[in-house]
Design a protein around this ligand. Structure first.
Ligand SMILES: Cc1cc2nc3c(=O)[nH]c(=O)nc-3n(C[C@H](O)[C@H](O)[C@H](O)COP(=O)(O)OP(=O)(O)OC[C@H]3O[C@@H](n4cnc5c(N)ncnc54)[C@H](O)[C@@H]3O)c2cc1C
Length: 379
């Protein structure tokens, strides 16, 4: 059966997230963007309302929402500010490896900590390996009954505020993707440090920094799954994170369209509102079509994984399409605003800056196309 209607619960969730975004995020978004600062008060309120840790199962104290439900929330939060929305979503990203690969004991301990208010980061990317995940160099060497972790990670979201890190490292450097494992590392452990957060083009309210590990001792109880399970865990996370990132891009594009439409009704040139000109109207029509298509792709990719089906291609379609679409739509919104669009007093230049990273993080738009063609070639 195909159904395009949200359930009553999903509509309520959407409304809750939209109200929160309109009342708590929109009024402060420009300030946090300007100050390149972490929106602590928004975070605290989101915790109170229950808009973070959405994917944590009920058995471990979370609401246990589906990926589709999480996407519905993300669209509304990113509509308000995708920088703040990214920061709010990092716990979900970091908790997936624990949900997918953790033991019962690990789930109780670490998911419980997130529910109790702690933060975690997801650490794959390194200075010399982003797209090329298999070639990460961070190493967890077995010494006696424990591991010793050495290496560094970069561009890690929420790194400066995280209480613990989910870290992907090589346990067998010669075994390719089979030599990668995932570990939980606490910020307070000797040998763990972070840089200050980066000064970014967009999504400036999300904290992004480096994480360093120098001779960090880890007991086997900190390993998720078995030695060598890390790559499979990371790929399982992508199947769930890419649809929710795609839907965040939809939220940003939707905001850009709303603002551009409003402005095009008010702004007059040559004695007429600019909306009356076909060149402007068609830009808005293209945006409306693309946003709708992006949302459907993201919902479908989420629905597949929620129903236990393989979604590798569909998650890549959604991520690449929505990211590229968001860049196009936000750039067109600046065009609709003309010179004012280029000015920081108007909201659309921020949307265009924020949009760019959707084409980069969680796998670039080029990597998504590589995945799609690889999947096509399999058949
Ligand atoms: C704001 C922000 C937040 C982030 N948060 C996190 C996080 O929380 N955790 C984490 O682990 N990572 C995070 N990342 C890292 C992000 O996932 C990587 O930046 C991304 O995967 C790209 O890797 P790279 O930067 O090393 O680029 P590279 O892999 O060096 O790519 C450079 C360019 O080459 C292209 N390219 C590379 N290989 C190929 C190929 N085979 N075919 C075609 N084109 C190719 C890419 O598409 C890109 O255009 C974040 C990044 C940013 C900017």
């Amino acid at each position: 059966m195909i159904a395009f209607q949200l359930t009553e619960d999903q509509k309520m969730l959407q409304e809750l997230a939209h109200e929160f975004s309109a009342n708590e995020i929109v009024p402060v978004a420009a300030q946090y963007d300007r100050e390149n600062a972490f929106a602590w008060p928004v975070f605290k309120k989101a915790q109170e309302v229950g808009l973070i840790n959405l994917n944590i199962p009920e058995a471990y104290g979370g609401p246990g929402l589906s990926t589709l439900d999480e996407g519905i929330v993300n669209e509304e939060l990113a509509w308000g500010c995708s920088g703040i929305a990214t920061a709010l979503g990092v716990n979900a990203l970091a908790s997936w490896p624990i949900i997918l690969g953790g033991s019962e004991e690990q789930k109780r301990e670490w998911l419980g900590r997130l529910i109790d208010g702690q933060f975690a980061s997801y650490c794959v990317t390194e200075p010399a390996a982003g797209s090329d995940v298999v070639h990460i160099r961070t190493q967890a060497r077995k010494v006696g009954d424990h591991y010793v972790l050495n290496g560094s990670k970069t561009f890690i979201s929420n790194a400066t505020v995280a209480n613990f890190f989910v870290v992907f490292a090589k346990t067998d450097p010669d075994a390719g993707h089979r030599g990668m494992s995932a570990f939980i590392v606490e910020r307070t452990q000797p040998g763990v440090s972070t840089s200050s957060h980066f000064d970014k083009l967009g999504q400036r309210a999300s904290d992004t920094a480096e994480v360093f590990f120098e001779d960090v001792e880890l007991l086997p109880s900190r390993r998720l799954g078995r030695d060598g399970d890390g790559f499979g865990i990371a790929m399982g996370v992508f199947d769930r994170s890419r649809p929710t990132v795609a839907i965040s891009a939809v939220g940003v594009a939707r905001r850009a369209l709303e603002l551009a439409l409003q402005y095009s009704k008010e702004r007059e040139t040559f004695g007429h509102p600019i909306l009356s000109y076909q060149a402007i109207g068609h830009m808005l029509a293209n945006a409306a079509m693309d946003i709708h298509a992006g949302r459907l792709l993201a919902w479908h990719a989420a629905w597949l994984v929620d129903n236990g089906m393989r979604n590798t291609s569909e998650a890549a379609y959604a991520k690449a399409f929505a990211a590229d679409m968001c860049m196009r739509v936000t750039t067109d919104a600046v065009q609709v605003f003309g010179g004012y669009g280029y000015m920081k007093e108007y909201p659309v230049e921020k949307l265009m800056r924020d949009a760019k990273v959707f084409q980069i993080y969680e796998g670039t738009s080029q990597i998504q196309r590589n995945i799609i063609v690889r999947e096509l070639a399999r058949h």
